[in-house]
Design a binder for this molecule. Structure first.
Ligand SMILES: [Fe+2]
Ligand SMILES: [Fe+2]
Length: 293
């Protein structure tokens, strides 16, 4: 019997389990949540792309993606609920349609855009590790215990997804292809650098209702990251680093984790300072002008 990469939890939460009446969330957190809501709501695109790549794989690969897809779609639903209840002006269908018209996801052709299944799995592990960290950051940043409960549940799911893709990566290495440390490291780093790409920044632009005109990705990234990176603390990065080291195949001993966390902390805080300076110096951003640039 083939290894199950992920097991459905019989008592896994449902979006209706959360009582989200009378929630309160500050404007920065709400903007970040709306942005992630659009990303999570593309769950079927992500799953379709991976299922096409795994079309010749055994059933356990397909079942894992199926289960993962269900959970990712639930993330989109519960985040949408938070956004709609916090801002009656947030029209999800309108924002989602605009987002999808502006940026497409990889086509489900059966070919990995990263060149191999192993590279694809490294990339997915990085995404899930960063996602669970992000939801921990958001949980720690919110004072509302109902909203915090949602972020914490999502953080747990993303950690399970990380474990699932790590198992898939290890199975791929055992059974099909080897991938050395340098390749793992470079795929992981590339995926981290993609955090500033159009997928996220256009979502941020759309939910801020400035997706009509020319979109300047770098300016949007500075605006978005100035809100987000100020929330990251040492323990969040320590948590992320432990997971990322396993993805690239490094044993997470205390000195290595500590050194890598120092580097990650410096990188995040430097990016934060650059974002703040750019927002302050380059322009006191006036969005109507921004739309017309
Ligand atoms: Fe998710
Ligand atoms: Fe996930």
């Amino acid at each position: 019997m083939a290894e199950a990469f992920i097991k459905p939890l019989p008592n896994h939460w449902k979006p209706d389990d959360f009582n989200l009446a009378t929630i309160s969330i500050d404007s920065s957190l709400l903007h970040i949540t709306k942005t992630i809501c659009l990303l999570e709501s593309r769950c079927d695109n992500y799953a379709g792309y991976l299922q096409a790549i795994f079309r010749n794989r055994s059933e356990n690969w397909k079942l894992a993606i199926h289960q993962w897809n269900i959970e990712e779609c639930q993330h989109g639903v519960v985040l949408r609920r938070i956004c709609e209840l916090s801002d009656r002006g947030f029209i999800f269908n309108h924002s989602m349609a605009q987002y999808e018209s502006l940026v497409s996801y990889h086509a489900p052709t059966g070919e990995s855009v990263r060149g191999s299944v192993a590279a694809e799995m490294v990339s997915r592990c990085v995404v899930e590790a960063l996602a669970t960290t992000l939801y921990r950051v958001l949980a720690d940043a919110t004072a509302d215990h109902k909203v915090r409960a949602v972020y914490s549940a999502l953080a747990q799911d993303e950690a399970r997804h990380y474990g699932m893709f790590l198992k898939m990566l290890n199975a791929e290495i055992r059974e099909n292809s080897s991938i050395d440390f340098r390749a793992r490291f470079s795929f992981a780093l590339r995926r981290i650098l993609e955090l500033e790409d159009a997928q996220i920044m256009i979502a941020s632009c759309v939910v801020a209702e400035r997706g009509q005109g020319v979109i300047k990705g770098r300016r949007e990234a500075n605006w978005y990251l100035a809100k987000l990176y100020r929330l990251y603390r040492w323990e969040h990065l320590h948590y992320a680093v432990r997971m990322l080291l396993r993805v690239v195949g490094i044993r997470a001993t205390d000195p290595i984790v500590w050194s890598a966390t120092v580097l990650a902390w410096l990188a995040v805080k430097l990016r934060l300072v650059l974002a703040i300076v750019a927002n302050f110096v380059v322009t006191p951003i006036q969005w109507p002008e921004y739309r017309r640039v």
